[in-house]
Design a binder for this molecule. Structure first.
Ligand code: FAD
Length: 394
């Protein structure tokens, strides 16, 4: 019989892995499990929030994935029996597997920030899963009077897309500067250092002086509770009543990972850095945001790279061969304004049981650069998005 691989999650990691498995070994029986018929991508969704892009430009279907030979179960996975090696779906059916790959992304933790539950998110959107939440935040910004206060609250590490909150602050800053110049944006941060910090701070000074303000942990930036009824964010020393509040709560691996028993006490999934196999449950691999990938950030770029390395390892393991140690790359672009981009890149390899930075590889955009250079990076950011979504869904 053909070896069966089930992949849970039709996002950047899951689709990339399912398609690569099929491409590497056409004899595998590959099934992708995903409840939604349309995927809404997070990268570039900050442009939707700022009013520069339609949500439709973020949406992708699975027709090409299925036409390419991957079977699809359009259901949520609800149970995993690791001993029997089977996945239970929401309609009560089951799928047997020889190897299982999980790429369920994140869940927002509605138990971690006082006052912030699912009901509060309908008033103070997170917009950290793209779709309705993205549009809600957009509508709130549109409805806000000129002179309003926008507050973005950012969690401690680790969370999905380390530079994402700062790109969002920048693009909302651009919207305010051009459409509602008497307004103000404050970032309340639970940490003192963040990705591409010097580049962001420099750009805000240059483009949004007095408009975008960042308050780090040691200056009282950590939000300790929120009150959705009054749109108020409470920090150690202060209260901020916002016209628009964007709350990014702490996160964890998508719930199915906990059901599978592959999460540890952190809520994320420890993995072997060569095969992405869970350190806790055999024959289950975890990729993308859900896994603990050492130095690699939780990004779509990382998820796609991990998916290919994992697929290659799964094919080797099923054939009884030794998997090759991978080298992985990540690049994260951020738009600081529609025509002003910055980036960070890294290379990673397994070392001492973790994915570790290859020293001397990667880096960020230079601090000193011409506007033409920044403009060119904004072009790269958009073409990266077209390339990766074309590869994954096209
Ligand atoms: P996802 O892409 O979220 O896919 C998970 C899928 O699993 C979903 O389709 C979900 O429906 C499905 N699923 C979950 N549970 C189940 C279940 N039980 N059964 C079946 N299916 C299930 N990354 C970049 O590289 N570059 C960027 O510029 C960038 N910008 C970003 C901007 C923002 C505002 C945000 C929020 C994120 C950004 N990211 C960016 C990060 C990127 O979106 C994520 O890192 C990436 O989506 C992770 O891929 P994944 O496969 O782990 O999860």
């Amino acid at each position: 019989t053909r070896p069966r691989v089930v992949v849970i999650g039709g996002g950047f990691g899951g689709v990339s892995c399912a398609r690569t498995l099929h491409a590497l070994d056409g004899k595998l029986d590959v099934t992708l499990v995903e409840p939604n018929r349309t995927f809404t991508a997070c990268p570039m969704s900050n442009e939707v929030i700022a009013g520069d892009r339609a949500i439709e430009a973020q949406q992708f279907g699975y027709d090409k994935v299925v036409a390419g030979g991957v079977k699809m179960a359009t259901k949520a996975a609800t149970k995993i029996d690791a001993a029997a090696r089977s996945v239970g779906l929401a309609d009560g059916t089951t799928l047997a597997y020889d190897r299982l790959v999980l790429s369920p992304g994140i869940d927002l933790r509605f138990d971690a920030l006082q006052g912030y539950d699912e009901a509060a998110a309908a008033r103070m959107p997170h917009a950290w899963k793209a779709g309705e939440q993205t549009l809600l935040l957009r509508r709130q910004l549109e409805a806000m009077d000129d002179g309003g206060l926008v507050v973005i609250s950012v969690p401690a590490n680790p969370y999905r897309c380390p530079p994402g909150p700062y790109e969002r602050a920048s693009l909302i800053g651009h919207y305010l500067k051009t459409k509602k110049p008497r307004s103000k944006l404050i970032i309340l941060d639970s940490k003192d250092a963040f990705s591409k910090q010097r580049l962001f701070l420099q750009a805000w000074q240059e483009l949004y002086p007095g408009l975008v303000e960042w308050v780090g942990l040691s200056h009282g930036g950590k939000v300790t509770s929120v009150d959705a009824a009054t749109n108020t964010l409470v920090t150690e020393f202060d209260k901020h009543k916002a016209a628009v509040a964007n709350v990014l709560p702490p996160q964890r691996a998508g719930q199915i990972a906990a059901i599978a028993g592959v999460t540890d006490r952190s809520g994320w999934c420890p993995i072997d850095p060569v095969t992405f196999e869970s350190k806790q449950v055999p024959n289950i691999h975890v990729i993308g945001d859900a896994c603990i990938a050492g130095g690699m950030p939780k990004s779509a770029f990382s998820a796609n790279a991990q998916a290919k390395a994992c697929a290659s390892a799964v094919v080797s393991l099923l054939a009884g061969a030794a998997p090759a140690a991978p080298k992985l790359i990540n690049t994260c672009y951020s738009l600081v304004a529609p025509d002003y981009g910055i980036s960070i890149a890294g290379v990673y390899q397994p070392k001492n049981g973790l994915l570790t930075d290859v020293e001397g590889a990667g880096g960020t955009s230079p601090l000193e650069a011409t506007l033409t250079f920044r403009n060119q990076e904004a072009v790269y950011a958009r073409s990266w998005f077209d390339t990766i979504t074309g590869e994954v869904f096209g």
